[in-house]
Design a binder for this molecule. Structure first.
Ligand SMILES: NC(=O)C1=CN([C@@H]2O[C@H](COP(=O)(O)OP(=O)(O)OC[C@H]3O[C@@H](n4cnc5c(N)ncnc54)[C@H](O)[C@@H]3O)[C@@H](O)[C@H]2O)C=CC1
Ligand SMILES: Nc1nc(O)c(N)c(N[C@@H]2O[C@H](COP(=O)(O)O)[C@@H](O)[C@H]2O)n1
Length: 226
């Protein structure tokens, strides 16, 4: 068993999620950031890859006091569990995700992570070991389910999202398309990694909702199970 896994990603009209220098840029406007805050508050956990932590230093906290209060009234922590997928245990111990806001954090590492890094991270987060060289995502999701996570939001970046699609571990994709062009053949996209080669392997999607926001477009896609 695994949680319901949905991805939320903001990309430019030309399909980039940041600049070629991997510098975080504002693609969403206030309307989309409010929506992101809502779907974050509705999730049990929120997950990013180590590339996103190193590039953006996100806190992944719920920003609205009303949404945080709603979670507490429902008997939950103020913020969803925050998870970093980090094979080698490279998360900086002063990263915002480990310090901003209350509640549980998880760093998922592989068995190849140096012991001193695991020990340092264990002072700030629960450490889950899954996989030999890279984090075994299916095993991680099974463990999260065992710990009570039923709804998991994935915020990026492109490498983690690609692997989740490659392994058939995604149920829904929410793509916000902002009204700008970023350009650059090396700028990250929503699903990087190696990509599929054969048409029969492509992940097939169906539109389950659309909405105009911030001069751009939100598309919600369901993943066709085949
Ligand atoms: N516009 C948006 O909504 C968002 C944009 N971003 C952007 O994405 C970029 C970061 O993306 P990436 O560099 O691709 O990093 P990423 O956040 O996808 O992390 C990838 C890293 O996770 C680790 N990892 C461990 N096990 C793994 C597994 N089984 N599968 C995949 N990865 C595994 C590896 O070290 C891998 O290099 C930044 O430029 C950031 O600004 C990130 C989040 C949201
Ligand atoms: N939804 C969305 N729109 C954008 O325009 C973005 N640049 C991002 N980036 C993601 O948001 C994270 C920031 O989280 P905190 O505000 O620190 O909680 C960042 O790391 C990206 O994952 N997202």
């Amino acid at each position: 068993m695994r949680p319901f896994v949905f991805i939320n990603i903001a990309m430019s009209a030309d399909g980039k999620i940041s600049t070629r220098e991997r510098r975080q840029v504002r693609i969403s406007g206030t309307e989309d950031f409010s929506r992101v805050d809502r779907i974050k508050a509705e999730s049990d956990a929120i997950m990013v890859g180590i590339g996103t932590v190193l590039a953006d230093d996100p806190s992944l906290t719920v920003k609205s006091p009303e949404l945080r209060a709603g979670r507490v009234a429902a008997g939950k922590d103020e913020h969803p569990i925050r998870i970093v997928v980090d094979s080698a245990g490279r998360t900086p111990t002063d990263a915002d995700i480990l310090h901003k806001g209350t509640g549980k954090r998880i760093v998922a590492v592989s068995r190849a992570a140096p012991r001193e890094r695991v020990e340092a991270l264990a002072e700030h987060a629960d450490v889950i070991v899954a996989g030999d060289e890279t984090v075994d995502l299916a095993a991680l999701l099974a463990e999260l389910y065992r710990q009570g996570v039923r709804r998991l939001m994935v915020e990026g970046g492109g490498t983690l999202i690609w692997t989740l699609f490659e392994q058939g571990l995604v149920d829904e994709l929410q793509t916000f398309i902002g009204n700008m062009v970023i350009g650059g053949k090396d700028a990250p996209t929503p699903a990087d990694g190696t990509g599929f080669l054969r048409e029969e392997d492509f992940t097939r999607l169906r539109i389950i909702g659309t909405e105009r926001l911030d001069g751009g477009l939100l598309i919600r896609w369901g993943v066709e199970k085949g």
